[in-house]
Design a binder for this molecule. Sequence first.
Ligand SMILES: Cc1cc2nc3c(=O)[nH]c(=O)nc-3n(C[C@H](O)[C@H](O)[C@H](O)COP(=O)(O)OP(=O)(O)OC[C@H]3O[C@@H](n4cnc5c(N)ncnc54)[C@H](O)[C@@H]3O)c2cc1C
Length: 373
Amino acid sequence: MMEVETVVIGAGVVGLACARALALAGREVIVLERAAHVGTETSSRNSEVIHSGIYYPPGSLKARLCVAGRDMLYAYCRERAIPHRRLGKLIVATSDAETGILARYHELAGRNGIGEVSWKTADEVRELEPEVRCVRALHVPETGIVDSHSLMTSLWGDLQAAGGDVAFLSAVTGGRRRPDERFELELEESDERLVCNELVNSAGLHAPDLARRLEGCGKGAIPQAYYARGHYFTLSGKSPFSRLVYPIAESAGLGIHVTLDLSGRAKFGPDVDWVPSPDYSFDESRRDPFAQAIRRYYPALDDTRLQPDYTGIRPKIAPPEAPAADFRIDAVRQHGIPGLVHLFGIESPGLTSAFAIAADVSAVLTGQRPRTV
Ligand SMILES: Cc1cc2nc3c(=O)[nH]c(=O)nc-3n(C[C@H](O)[C@H](O)[C@H](O)COP(=O)(O)OP(=O)(O)OC[C@H]3O[C@@H](n4cnc5c(N)ncnc54)[C@H](O)[C@@H]3O)c2cc1C
């Protein structure tokens, strides 16, 4: 029987940020990760955008944690020289009907306290981005991009410096809450059990399933998992854009937008493709719908330049027809079990929010605000 004070399951960006915050708060922390590296799932299959916090319902966890997490992330990137750029983004309305939605975003921006957001006319947009066509746009200077791999490597380094570490190839298959109120975990291909006082389930797409496999941990409130795959196409050659360009958001995603990586390469995505189980295969027949969606704001697109790139899967906890669910940080107040935190539905803006989620998780477990940056 191995014993450790605190276990975090999952070494994605959120699990690593939680482990780091708990280690900085004085906990002895081990992260159990079933893969051989950090960030092999959603944390390396996303847009790498530092979101401003504009879209989310005021007062929601997404709204609060995105704005707080964004500022913490920029501060951390500056301090640790993590590659990032505050490029700004344009959200474009391509019809008069869509300008009403932009007005709603503008109002949300104010209520969510995201900072400066300004209206742009079609001519002003052409000056900023000569290839983009629209009726009107909102300019959001706070949006940026980050190298998520450098970020995760740095978080892992901080965790080690604070005395913790990641145990790779350690898949948690189940566990239970013991009569002494500690948690006993079973690991794949091991007869050894790991016992801990505190447990954070940060298993991303698999968090609901894992929660169901923990006996005595309150099964009633565990959400159903749904999977919304998104494809990305890269634009070969030189990028015609110098900032991010987003259409009006759709119900389960933010619309097929332009993002840039730190080398300046443009990519488009992600679309929304509901799948019954996590499946990263790439459906190349998506090229035509992509080209159609992109031409609404970038009419000069040469679709032979679209190269299939990768897919990512949103860890949804609401079905396709329902409005997007908020993040869930289920702790003692939600399930009645001290020492246990489940993170459910940590889809976008989870990368942006990672430091703020970690601060909340650490505060709920330790009763103190951790030193997060
Ligand atoms: C298409 C797409 C685009 C996105 N774009 C953005 C964006 O631009 N900006 C933004 O802020 N957010 C974005 N997000 C959201 C962001 O990527 C996620 O919120 C974030 O990466 C979630 O991190 P995580 O650590 O919770 O999950 P993950 O990265 O999925 O990590 C979970 C880890 O748990 C491990 N694991 C699972 N089960 C077990 C087990 N039983 N035992 C041990 N280990 C286990 C997995 O191997 C994995 O490493 C996007 C998401 C998607 C899908």
